[in-house]
Design a protein around this ligand. Structure first.
Ligand code: URA
Length: 422
């Protein structure tokens, strides 16, 4: 077998066997297949796709390229977001479902590009520890049903190496490559139930609904093939989720949501995702799960679990620092907000220092942007449109204003939950 023949075969639109895919992954990991060869193959895959069978095989080979965590529990429920702007959902729903007896043993990532990451957000709570040993992790889950850390162990090294190459070769948006990347990591992290929040829209990895459905179907199929209950929720990411975009300000919004005072879109998304997780985790009907979720969201039990969780990971919930300065940007005209460009808001937040372009960049957890309105809202000229919370790095009022489209015609609020595939 040789890599050139494999690239040639793909070019001719022929199916790659499991052995050929394994040869590629092993060879790339051990260095016998070079970056430029792998990049040629990834480009062919990006252009021509993979069959379902090839994607399932590729996922399995990647999954087995490293450690597979055995947490010693037989019913862990995990949630994954494909990444968006203002997405603080995990910080609300993880303690909420844990408060209902569902075990959450979760690994999360850091922000990259215009999207944020849960680990950065949690680190804006003074003292919050995002790493621990596997034993401490298991003990904490056993004791309080919830632990959340950064990547642990040598899970899916093949994805680490391939994702870094995809990032710089324009092959991040390939549906089979996304499916195998996400699902290999979810399967390696030891969860038995998986809920995926697949963001669709201009602030998301996937902008197009047809492609999002294809990706969702593929991931659900891979999950089921591995005997995991899997559900994929397609949600709108054309405007930021909630009002806050940054790190500490997102944690504050998440806390308010657990106190029952969250933004409508975030609250509804949390209820939907949490209901699926609780339904899978406790093996009950989704309608019954939803009742339980709402109960613990509004009776304070979810919030109490958040306090217990933050304390267990050494965080001080009363110490979430904010940047030194803030300024309000007013609306330049009257009308209905017809669009809020999530991608641009994400980039502006990064420009303030809240995000990073490269993995090692240091970020400012205290800065960000608060939008004061959502798509569909009617606003008068001169009312606050958004607020910038900043330190040394600044952006202009016009930068923010250009993210908003304001029109004379009435605009309906967009649908947040577009579809559920399971
Ligand atoms: N998230 C991942 O983990 N992998 C992808 O390929 C895309 C998003």
């Amino acid at each position: 077998m040789d890599i050139l023949d494999i690239i040639d075969k793909k070019e001719k639109r022929q199916k790659l066997s499991r052995e050929e895919l394994k040869y590629v992954i092993d060879g790339y990991l051990n260095g016998s297949i070079k970056d430029y060869q792998m990049s040629a193959l990834l480009t062919e895959i990006d252009l021509l796709g993979l069959t379902e069978e090839e994607t399932i095989n590729l996922t399995d080979i990647m999954l087995n390229s490293g450690e597979i965590l055995d947490l010693g529990f037989d019913n862990i429920t995990d949630k994954h977001s494909t990444g968006g702007v203002g997405d603080k959902t995990t910080i609300v729903l993880a303690p909420l479902v844990a408060s209902l007896g569902v075990k959450v043993a979760k690994m999360s990532g850091r922000g990259l590009g215009h999207t944020g990451g849960t680990i950065d957000k949690l680190e804006s709570i003074k003292g919050f520890q995002t790493s621990m040993t596997l034993n401490q992790f298991k003990e904490q889950v056993n004791k309080i049903n919830i632990a959340l850390v950064g990547q642990m162990g040598n899970l899916v090294p093949a994805d680490k190496k391939i994702y870094a190459l995809r990032d710089v070769t324009g092959t991040v948006d390939s549906i089979p490559l996304i499916a195998s990347s996400i699902m290999s990591k979810k399967l390696a992290s030891g969860a038995s139930n998986i809920v995926i929040d697949l963001k669709v829209g201009n602030g998301a990895l996937v902008n197009n609904l047809e492609e999002a459905k294809e990706l969702a179907n593929l991931m659900v199929k891979i999950g089921k093939n591995n005997n995991k209950k899997t559900a994929c929720v397609l949600t709108n990411m054309d405007e930021p989720l909630g009002y806050a975009v940054g790190n500490s300000i997102e944690v504050l919004e998440a806390i308010n949501t657990l106190k029952g005072h969250g933004p409508e879109d975030l609250t509804n998304l949390v209820i939907k995702l949490a209901s699926l997780m609780v339904s899978m985790g406790l093996n009950i009907e989704e309608s019954e799960a939803e009742e339980k979720v709402k109960e613990n969201l509004y009776n304070g039990k979810g919030y109490e679990k958040l306090l217990e969780w933050v304390e267990a990971q050494n965080g001080d919930i009363n110490n979430i620092p904010l940047a030194k300065h803030s300024k309000i940007i007013s609306s330049p005209k009257e009308g209905y907000i017809s669009a809020i460009n999530a991608l641009e808001i994400g980039k502006l937040s990064r420009k303030l220092g809240a995000g990073r372009l490269t993995k090692d960049e240091k970020i400012d957890l205290t800065v960000g942007i608060i939008i004061n309105h959502k798509v569909g809202d009617y606003i008068k000229k001169g009312v606050p449109l958004a607020q910038i919370i900043y330190n040394e790095k600044e952006i202009t009022n016009d930068d923010i204003i250009s993210c908003f489209k304001i029109s004379e015609e009435k605009i309906e609020k967009p649908k947040l939950i577009i579809d559920i595939i399971k």
